[in-house]
Design a protein around this ligand. Structure first.
Ligand code: PAF
Length: 281
């Protein structure tokens, strides 16, 4: 596996593959890889001749500097996992490489980025689309793989690609879970043992919502059931429980007649956890 730290190094490697007519898949990450990332890699290696993974803790998508500083960095272990999984090249740029002095361009899905979870984390999705657009331009992949756990992020990226006519196909990959149901996340290692147990309330409340939906409950019933359950967990601070129509990302209401997406975020200590579920009537 090639380790590239500059754009020009990576472009040389990719140009060689492209000259041989090979297809290219991309998995963008911020490192601290877990089985959720590796399932993105598995999809990418299955579908493409060559796979590039990126490791870059993107400062522009973090609100608090403390959150950015606390983000786990495990480059050696990450590279070992990527190599074992058959990744052909990993791109690990510096902040200066990605954000050169004097740069001023941002990419933003102006509506989608600033609603729902975007309101809880102002500027977050703008940071994501800006860095993902840069990485797409650098790599020029045929396909890129993103987890469904970050449901709004996946939709924001799909929208950016559509609006800017980017030639990369976006694939959403099912959320990977720990055996007890906790959605896998690089942030999980920062949970205290008590918060790790308390965090299960997210997947439990989603399972409860799915059961309710099967009995004909409305969107409002689901919202109440979820918020009641999370608010009853003293270690959780609910930040958002948004239920949207999956196709349009408009807020859903009333009887469930089309596929809805439920997006949750809650804090456990200083760790923000996300979870998500799509429900089809
Ligand atoms: O999902 C992530 O890990 C990040 O938001 C991404 C897509 C790599 C952009 O920094």
């Amino acid at each position: 596996m090639q380790i590239c730290r500059t754009i020009s190094e990576l472009r040389k490697v990719i140009a060689m593959w492209r000259a041989q007519g090979q297809t290219l898949g991309l998995v963008t990450t911020m490192g601290a890889l877990h089985a959720g990332h590796m399932s993105l890699v598995a999809n990418a290696t299955r579908d493409n001749d060559r796979v590039v993974a990126t490791i870059f803790v993107n400062p522009t998508q973090f609100g608090e500097k403390a959150d950015l500083d606390a983000y786990p960095r495990t480059e050696d272990e990450d590279c070992a996992q990527l190599q074992a999984a058959g990744v052909d090249a990993v791109f690990i740029p510096s902040v200066d490489e990605m954000y050169p002095d004097g740069e001023e361009t941002i990419v933003e899905t102006t509506r989608l980025a600033n609603m729902l979870h975007g309101k809880v984390r102002p500027g977050h999705f703008r940071g994501v689309t800006t860095i993902v657009a840069k990485l797409f331009n650098i790599v020029g992949a045929d396909a890129a793989y993103f987890g469904e756990k970050d449901y709004q992020q996946l939709n924001v990226i799909r929208k950016m690609v559509r609006d800017l006519h980017m030639p990369t196909n976006i694939h959403g990959v099912t959320t990977m879970r720990e055996r007890d149901g906790l959605a896998m996340s690089s942030r999980n290692v920062r949970l205290t043992p008590e918060d790790r147990i308390a965090g299960l309330v997210l997947s439990r409340s989603l399972a409860q919502a799915e059961k309710l939906a099967a009995t004909g409950a409305t969107v409002e019933d689901l919202q109440t059931a979820i918020t009641d359950m999370i608010n009853a967990e003293p270690r959780a601070t609910l930040r958002a429980c948004d239920i949207v129509v999956a196709d349009t990302f408009e807020l859903a209401s009333g009887p469930i007649t089309e596929t809805i997406g439920i997006m949750l975020s809650a804090e456990f200590g200083d760790v923000l956890l996300l979870d998500q579920r799509e429900i089809t009537p």
